[in-house]
Design a protein around this ligand. Structure first.
Ligand code: ATP
Ligand code: MG
Length: 636
């Protein structure tokens, strides 16, 4: 990087104004089998192709190329507090397992372009399977383990996989989730069932049943291929690597399609600029491989960068709430990535757990997925004594849209802000109605001017028109990508996410993001979690309702204390937002309905509060939470 670009604003400007030059340089971070001859093809916007003419392979970049210098370095560190098994694979061992798995797929007839659906718990074989797919040029579609049969069936029909790779069961807090039974059921429901099911028998389900002629035992197939070496299939940079569905928070999940070369380059660059990670260090991302964070920062990002990556099967609070910090100490984790939702869970536990491990190896904690409220951010950064970076992204983009970029320049962190526009992202805040760009401190929809940078979705799987209609038609006069999130930006370029644009609340002409009110509510120190939704109101148009989970539920047993708390929370909102933000009512509940990726399902809360149907609940984590909301809003 030249000195001229050592200030982040200049660096960002360069990435937009001289995008070709910028990404051409970044592309040298990965190995190319054939060099590209065009950096970007934007002749068919909004469709974009990065690194045209180049050939590469994700598996080669994540595994093979490290064998020369890192053969004996840990590549994949598997830790399960569910089965109490740990296993570490060096790059050599990872390479061997991926080759065996690729040989198994190949024997079953898998060729470039075939889809393989991976429905697996957090076990190393899931990672082998992902890498084996991309090695062969097959397209993986990892479906979050434990999704109900109907959700799985929908994804089977969308991706039409040749094979499903699954396991007998996953474990959650010691309780078995019988994956194989769910797969059988999903295949019965599906219109395009796969030919074969490969089954990893972990020995959890004693009643495991096999369908003759269709189900194959992974262990047997693997043993027949112990010495396999499967050559890498070189792919065009724009060839698809995987399909992954969005969380379904705002509606029906979308099948995001990702390319190969652009994704590899984007991740490689982010490891240095955003995560400040060095090859040889250890990264611990607590997500699930079924989500985009798991794809990008458990599997591909750290491995492409030559790091050791931790795959953790278990909860953050078992065997006790200190488990993550013990892992950090034991494996000298440098970079950690988690979600605000998980940190809020830890915040409700006793504080001493955080202080009983030596976490001095940590350089930074990165959080994404949901708004990070100030009390949680403050709590965790004071406890860990490292920078805590909120950053904002979507399944669609594959990496951060808004972030601090400490690998380029250390900038002060601001509570409540995920930072600036990341390099490569030409972010504009647009007025919802007029489409005009808004000024500092004015609310607007977060949009991206095409071309989307490398790493972003290239289309919706099998539905090019849906890609355009969903993301690029919100504004009449300009073709921009909309994130469907609402934000403001200050004079220094820091963004503040205010909530989903669908959830904006209009109280007597004042437009408020759910996040603004939620932030005000959670400034009360008894509040563990809160969801705010707007419901229609005859006079004011809409009014906010707040659903609050308190830290100490015993407060609610005593009616005087309950009333006191109710008033104090209203007062807290009054103080920071004034009367317009004041919730019309506060409902105390024991949990909030969330998607399985930990996002609050405000659309369903809102629907129930207005006496409507809660909509698509297939990605809901716990039905009891919805029932509780239903009871709360129908109480006389
Ligand atoms: P769907 O698109 O199917 O409705 P989803 O948008 O929840 O589901 P994801 O791609 O998993 O699916 O989530 C991306 C969304 O998560 C963002 O659009 C934003 O609303 C929210 N989000 C992610 N990171 C942050 C963050 N740091 N701060 C605030 N919100 C965030
Ligand atoms: Mg979304």
């Amino acid at each position: 990087m030249s000195n001229l670009l050592s200030s982040y604003p200049a660096f960002h400007r360069h990435s937009i104004d001289q995008a070709q030059d910028f990404w051409k340089n970044e592309a040298s971070r990965i190995d190319w089998h054939r060099p590209f001859d065009q950096v970007v093809d934007e002749s068919r916007l909004p469709f974009v192709k990065w690194f045209v003419g180049g050939q590469t392979n994700l598996c080669y970049n994540a595994v093979d190329r490290h064998l020369k210098d890192r053969a004996h370095q840990d590549a994949l560190i598997y830790i399960s507090t569910e089965t109490n098994q740990n296993h570490t694979y060096s790059y050599t061992e990872l390479h061997r397992e991926v080759n065996r798995c690729a040989a198994v797929f190949q024997q079953l007839g898998v060729v470039k372009g075939d889809r393989i659906l991976i429905y697996m718990p957090m076990v190393p074989q899931a990672v082998f399977a992902m890498l084996a797919c991309v090695r062969l040029g097959a397209i993986h579609s990892v479906v979050f383990g434990g999704f109900a049969a109907q959700s799985l069936a929908t994804r089977i029909d969308d991706a039409k996989p040749k094979l499903i790779f699954t396991a007998d069961a996953g474990l959650r807090a010691g309780k078995a989730i019988l994956y194989k039974g769910l797969v059988d059921e999903a295949i019965r429901l599906a219109n395009f069932p796969p030919e074969k099911v490969i089954l990893l028998d972990r020995g959890i389900d004693p009643h495991l049943s096999w369908v003759k002629g269709r189900d194959l035992n992974y262990e047997t197939l693997r043993e027949n291929n112990l010495d396999a070496e499967i050559p890498v299939q070189w792919l065009e940079s724009s060839d698809p690597s995987y399909i992954l569905y969005t969380s379904g928070t705002t509606g029906k999940p979308k099948g995001v399609q990702r390319d190969t070369g652009g994704y590899a380059v984007a991740l490689a660059a982010s490891m240095e600029y955003i995560y400040c990670a060095k090859p040889g260090q250890t990264m611990f991302t607590t997500s699930d491989i079924g989500w985009v964070v798991g794809h990008s920062y458990i599997v591909y990002g750290p491995l492409i960068h030559g790091m050791s990556t931790i795959l953790y099967e278990g909860l953050p609070i078992r065997p006790d709430p200190g488990i993550w910090w013990k892992i950090v100490e034991q494996y000298k984790v440098s970079v950690m990535f988690s979600s605000p939702t998980a940190i809020r869970v830890l915040k409700r536990q006793e504080a001493h757990y955080l202080h009983s491990s030596d976490v001095s190896s940590l350089q930074g904690l990165y959080l994404a997925g949901e708004p990070l409220d100030e009390p949680t951010a403050r709590w965790i950064s004071e406890a860990l004594k490292v920078p805590v970076y909120d950053h904002y992204w979507q399944t669609e983009t594959g990496w951060a849209i808004l972030s601090n970029v400490p690998g380029v320049e250390t900038s002060p962190l601001k509570w409540g802000s995920p930072g600036f526009a990341a390099y490569g992202f030409n972010v504009k805040l647009l007025d919802e109605l007029t489409g005009a760009e808004v000024g500092a401190h004015q609310k607007g929809v977060v949009t991206l001017l095409p071309p989307l940078p490398p790493g972003c979705l290239t289309t919706v799987w099998g539905q090019d028109q849906r890609f355009i209609d969903t993301y690029f038609t919100s504004f009449k006069h300009t073709q921009v990508y909309t994130t469907f999130d609402w934000a403001i930006r200050d004079e220094q370029g820091y963004y503040f996410i205010l909530g989903r644009s669908d959830d904006v609340i209009n109280v007597a002409g004042h437009r408020l993001g759910t996040r603004e009110i939620e932030e005000a509510v959670s400034s009360h120190d008894q509040v563990a979690e809160v969801a705010v939704v707007g419901v229609s109101h005859e006079i004011k148009g809409q009014v906010p309702l707040a659903f609050v989970v308190v830290k100490d539920a015993s407060v609610l047993q005593d009616s005087l204390r309950r009333q006191g708390l109710y008033k104090e929370v209203l007062e807290a909102v009054n103080k920071s937002l004034g009367p317009v933000g004041r919730p019309e009512q506060i409902h105390f509940v024991s949990m909030l309905p969330k998607t399985r990726s930990g996002k609050i399902l405000r659309r369903s809360i809102k629907a129930l509060a207005q006496g409507e149907d809660p909509g698509d609940l297939t990605t809901l984590e716990d039905m009891l939470a919805i029932e509780e909301i239903r009871r709360a809003v129908t109480k006389p």
